[in-house]
Design a protein around this ligand. Structure first.
Ligand code: SAH
Length: 258
């Protein structure tokens, strides 16, 4: 028995056992006893996770995959969450317990998975897995590069991100159109910002909303004083600013408003 791949659920099943094992091995196994795999499908990754010393839970939206998992991994049954990851309230399942996230993620919702992780970061010390390569690069990229953007700044404000390896389309069934990339994010020791977090998110999103423009003009909608807009930082474009500079920028804007 196998699961028929459904395109609308982003199903591309990994066929290569070595790669599945290497993805499971990206977890450092520190600071948590529980792991949540998102989108296990037929469990190619799950079976390596089940050999590890932590407790593995999985969340899968596709009822056919859930049936398959129940019949194949008998010990897993009580830890299969048959839901949409984007819709669940994490504390309903994990209370306040810390857990790591892993997966060969559904690519159609991969950035939303990252944003939901960032929202719940107080509970998620580690996150690793496979994305379409372009998204994996965007999360890991540093300032000065084309791929550097909202996702990079927000992820790296709270996590140290590492791009680990690239995976070709040929090891999936059906093969996706693009290369895939595996990353790991380890939460920073200090993952609360010294500035208002909502304002930080707003500054980053507004600046990258017009990434070709200098901050002086892209941040106009934030009603900043002329004096502040004359400062050096405001002659830069968003892709030139490091995460630390975005935090500094937010702090200047906070002081400007007060
Ligand atoms: N990890 C498996 C499957 C990858 S395909 C493998 O490597 O072979 C992506 C998986 O995510 C599919 O099983 C799909 O059904 C599941 N999925 C898609 N959207 C989801 C969502 N919103 N919540 C949970 N699982 C989802």
């Amino acid at each position: 028995m196998t699961v028929r791949a459904k395109k609308h659920l982003g199903q591309h099943f990994l066929k290569d056992e070595h790669i599945a094992k290497s993805i499971a091995d990206t977890l450092t196994e520190t600071n948590y006893n529980t792991v949540l795999e998102i989108g296990p499908g037929m469990g190619v990754l799950t079976k390596y996770l089940l050999k590890k010393p932590f407790t593995t839970h999985v969340i899968e939206i596709d009822s056919e995959s859930v049936e398959f998992l129940k019949n194949t991994y008998l010990n897993l049954s009580s830890r299969i969450i048959s839901e949409d990851f984007l819709k669940i309230n994490i504390s309903d399942f994990f209370k306040e317990e810390p857990f790591a996230i892993i997966g060969n993620f559904p690519y159609n919702i991969s950035t939303q998975i990252v944003f939901k992780t960032l929202e719940n970061r107080h509970q998620i010390p580690e996150f690793s897995g496979m994305f379409q390569k372009e998204v994996a690069q965007r999360i890991a990229e540093k300032e000065g590069s084309k791929a550097y953007g909202i996702l990079s700044v927000l992820a790296q404000a709270f996590y140290d991100v590492e791009y680990l390896f690239t995976v070709p389309p040929t090891v999936f069934d059906p093969p996706p159109k693009v290369d895939s990339g595996v990353i790991r994010m380890i939460r920073k020791e200090n993952y609360s910002l010294p500035v208002d977090e909502k304002l930080f998110f707003k500054v980053v999103k507004t600046a990258f909303g017009q990434r070709r423009k200098m901050l002086r003009s892209s941040l106009k909608s934030l009603f900043l004083s002329d004096e502040l807009r004359q400062s050096d930082l405001f002659t830069k474009r968003p892709e030139q600013l490091s995460v630390a500079q975005f935090i500094n920028l937010t702090s200047l804007i906070e002081q400007d408003a007060s």
